[in-house]
Design a binder for this molecule. Sequence first.
Ligand code: FES
Ligand code: FES
Length: 146
Amino acid sequence: MPELRLRVNGEEHVADVPVGTSLAQVLRERLGLTGTKIACNEGHCGACTVQLDGVPTLSCITLAHAVEGEVTTIEGLRDHPLVQAFVRADAVQCGFCTPGQIVSAAALVAANPSPTREEIRHRMAGNICRCGTYPRIEEAILTWRD
Ligand code: FES
Ligand code: FES
């Protein structure tokens, strides 16, 4: 099995992983980082979003061996103010989409700390919430620094 080297949340990891394994599988099954969720597993829903060098990336359709650069998962964002903003805004219902939402939102506010509602809708469009908490997610992002 080819050796895989990954830098995740500031830590280096080395593992033997079959070619063709997705980044989401490696994060969850080999590294125990189960905050990254797999729902559609086809690149449609955003539940598996992580950051690659700060860019939101769908880890279910990203081959682990193709990854270069730093991976940031929801575990690496546990102290980000957005986490408390989601709690304050009550932006979580079942919570399954929430890690991916926060990972995408963190990239958004890093690029633009004061996004408009329109910008939030545009940049967060790839993160689906089956519970329909979109207004509260928008509120959390609008008030993330409060
Ligand atoms: S699980 Fe990756 S996009 Fe849905
Ligand atoms: S809170 Fe349930 S899918 Fe978003």
